[in-house]
Design a protein around this ligand. Structure first.
Ligand code: GLP
Length: 239
C-alpha cells in the first residue's frame, strides 16, 4: 500500500487525476471503476480539464460504477447515473453505451461481474470511504466474499447521505453495490479521502485489524492500492 499525504483536497484530486491521466495515455482502452459522493468531484473536474486541453480521450474506455440507489430513476438528480452524467460524462467524449451501472442488470447482478470479466477486468478502481468504513455500499459486516447485489443501507449512511436529499425520509433504503470481492479484483485501486471527519475511520481502515466491521480494512490485503489523503484526514496517524 502506497500512502500519500497531501496538503489539501486540491492536491489529493491532482495526484489522483495525474495517475488516471497516465493510465489513459498508456492504455486508451482502459476499464475504469468509478465512484460517486463529494470526494471525487474535483478529480472529475480535473479530468474534464485535461480532456479539454486534448491531453486525454475517453472515447475507447469503459466504466463501471460502484453502486446506485435502487429506487431512483436515472434522471433523478440524486441517482448516481445522473451524478456521473452531470459531473463527468456530459463533459467528455465518452460513449454512454460504454458506461455501466449495477442497477441496469436488475435482478441478475451476477451479470454485472460477468460483464466486467468479459472486458478483461477493471484496470483502475477509484474508491472513497464512508464514515462508517464502507466501500461502495458494502456496509459494516458485509462479507469479504460478496459480489454485486442488493443491500439495505446502514442507518449511519442514510443519515450522512441525507444532506443531498430533501430530508432523511427521502433517502432510499436500498441500493445495489459492487461486492467487496468484485472491488478487490481490480488490478489497481486508488482510495481518496479528505477531511477531518474521516480521520478516525481512515486510521482504523489502514492500520487496524482487517475486519468486516470496517469494510475498507480489506484493502490492506490488495497488492496495488494507492491511498491519497489530505492532512486533515491523516491527523490521527501521529497519535
Ligand atoms: C457514498 C458512496 C461511496 C462513497 C462514500 C463517501 O455513500 N456510496 O461510494 O465513497 O459514500 O462519500 P463522500 O465522498 O461524499 O464522503
Amino acid at each position: 500500500m502506497e500512502i500519500y499525504i497531501e496538503k489539501n483536497y486540491n492536491d489529493v484530486s491532482k495526484r489522483a487525476s495525474d495517475i488516471i491521466t497516465t493510465l489513459l495515455k498508456k492504455r486508451p482502452t482502459a476499464i475504469l471503476g468509478l465512484s460517486t459522493g463529494s470526494t471525487p468531484l474535483k478529480l472529475y473536474n480535473n479530468l474534464v480539464g485535461k480532456f479539454k486541453k486534448k491531453e486525454i480521450s475517453f472515447k475507447k474506455i469503459k466504466t463501471f460504477n460502484l453502486d446506485e440507489y435502487l429506487s431512483l430513476s436515472p434522471t433523478d438528480e440524486n441517482s448516481y447515473r445522473y451524478f456521473m452524467w452531470k459531473n463527468l460524462f456530459s463533459k467528455i467524449d465518452i460513449d454512454v453505451k460504454n458506461t455501466f451501472f449495477p442497477t441496469d442488470f436488475k435482478p441478475n447482478y451476477k451479470n454485472y461481474d460477468k460483464k466486467i470479466k468479459l472486458f478483461g477486468g477493471i484496470d483502475l478502481q477509484i474508491l472513497g470511504i464512508g464514515r462508517n468504513g464502507h466501500i461502495a455500499f458494502n456496509e459494516p459486516n458485509a462479507k469479504f466474499s460478496s459480489r454485486t447485489r442488493e443491500i439495505f443501507l446502514a442507518k449511519t449512511t442514510i443519515e450522512y447521505n441525507a444532506r443531498f436529499f430533501k430530508d432523511t425520509e427521502s433517502v432510499p433504503k436500498k441500493a445495489v453495490t459492487m461486492g467487496i470481492k468484485t472491488i478487490m479484483e481490480a488490478r489497481q485501486i486508488i482510495l481518496i479521502i479528505n477531511g477531518e471527519n474521516k480521520s478516525k475511520i481512515v486510521y482504523d481502515a489502514l492500520f487496524g485489524s482487517v475486519s468486516t466491521k470496517v469494510p475498507a480494512s480489506i484493502l490492506q490485503r490488495h497488492k496495488n492500492v494507492i491511498v491519497i489523503l489530505d492532512k486533515m484526514a491523516a491527523q490521527d496517524f501521529k497519535k
